[in-house]
Design a protein around this ligand. Structure first.
Ligand SMILES: *Cc1c(COP(=O)(O)O)cnc(C)c1O
Ligand code: SF4
Length: 348
């Protein structure tokens, strides 16, 4: 694979125009894991990357070709590349950047179940993701201790069944949509048997990085559940919005699901007004409501992505002055021990 174009031919074109996309498990299996391969595809060289390269560690480079193809060749500061490139700065950990910045480990109620906020509980359905986002607060989460099989989730299901206040289950991870549809369909059926559950929310970046994951098998279980379905995508930059993602959104909407987006405010990626404006309006064009803009969680290794809260507030204020109200996300920060994600933009 010497160039982006030839790798596109070998892998099948993700955009679904010239070639049908490869089945999603293959897309995962073929994802780029080596910095040299990524650089070569983009016409860059590892040695000349100004941000350097972190020593190999547990959270290594991992990015599907479907996402790589949306990067601009020859641009070391491409906003999509920056999100997945293990920069040398990851080795620095300034004070205040910790392994579990949001206190998740304190809210584990049963294996794989986090119950932090009233009425909604979060299931860690998968230890894996379809992409490794360098700023992720889960980069150091102890996933090995999480359940895998349906049987191992029984204590979590029992906890949900005995608490009538819980009306909404959130599937998260890792990314829940890297699990096979057979497993997900079985899990939905188990949840439907719990009478007080009304909603199923899925937090996922998979339709963004491997859009063909939104396949007919997935639509089948989504269409047939009695639970109100809510899908929260994770798009950070307008360059991530392409035809293949638009198709995935149309398919998701066809199930009757509500579609939202959460983004993380990231230095060098989306910390400019024009970028955020295009992102929000581009999402609305796809029937996706911008829900949250997250202040970065202060996780070890991600300090170089932090944007000052004052700048975030300024950006949101400018967005409010330009966009319809529904297109402006809530600017929030998760803080341990709070009853909700704290709004940062209420006093402007
Ligand atoms: C973010 C989160 C939720 C959902 O919060 P909303 O404000 O409803 O989006 C639920 N549980 C946990 C553990 C969370 O981190
Ligand atoms: S949990 Fe989401 S943000 Fe974190 S690495 Fe996985 S896909 Fe990326």
């Amino acid at each position: 694979m010497s160039s982006l174009a030839s790798s596109g031919q070998q892998q099948g074109c993700a955009l679904g125009r010239e070639h049908p996309p490869v089945p999603w498990p293959q897309a995962l299996a073929r994802a780029v894991r080596r910095p040299e391969v990524l650089c070569e595809a983009l016409g860059l060289s590892v040695e000349q990357m100004p941000q350097g390269l972190a020593p190999p560690g547990k959270f290594s480079l991992f990015v599907p070709w479907e996402y790589v193809r949306r990067m601009q060749p020859g641009r070391w500061n491409d906003p999509l590349l920056v999100q997945v490139w293990p920069a040398a700065a990851e080795a620095q950990s300034p004070p205040g950047f910790v392994p579990d910045p949001v206190g998740d480990l304190a809210s584990v109620q049963a294996p794989g179940l986090l119950h932090k906020y009233r009425g909604r509980a979060l299931m860690i359905l998968s230890p894996r993701c379809a992409v490794h986002c360098r700023y992720c607060f889960r980069r150091v989460f102890p996933y090995e201790q999480m359940p895998r099989s349906l049987g191992e989730f029984e204590p979590a299901l029992a906890h949900l069944a005995k608490d009538p206040q819980v009306e909404e289950v959130i599937w998260s991870g890792g990314d829940p949509l890297v699990r096979p549809d057979e497993f997900l369909a079985q899990m939905v059926r188990r949840l439907e048997q719990i009478p007080h559950l009304r909603r199923l929310r899925i937090h996922t970046r998979v339709p963004v990085v491997i859009p063909q994951r939104v396949c007919s098998e997935m639509l089948t279980w989504m269409q047939s559940t009695r639970l109100k379905l809510i899908v929260v995508l994770h798009v950070n930059h307008p360059q991530e919005l392409d035809e293949s993602l638009a198709l995935a959104c149309r398919r998701l909407r066809s199930t009757g699901a509500l579609l939202f987006n959460q983004a993380v405010l990231l230095r060098g990626v989306n910390d400019r007004l024009e970028v955020l404006e295009q992102l929000c309006l581009g999402l609305v064009d796809q029937g996706v409501v911008p829900y949250y803009l997250h202040q970065l969680d202060r996780v070890e290794g991600a300090a170089h992505f932090e944007v000052p809260v004052e700048q975030g507030r300024w950006l949101i204020r400018q967005l409010r002055a330009r966009l319809p109200g529904y297109a402006v996300p809530r600017y929030v920060q998760e803080q341990p021990g709070q009853e909700f994600k704290l709004p940062l933009d209420e006093v402007l």
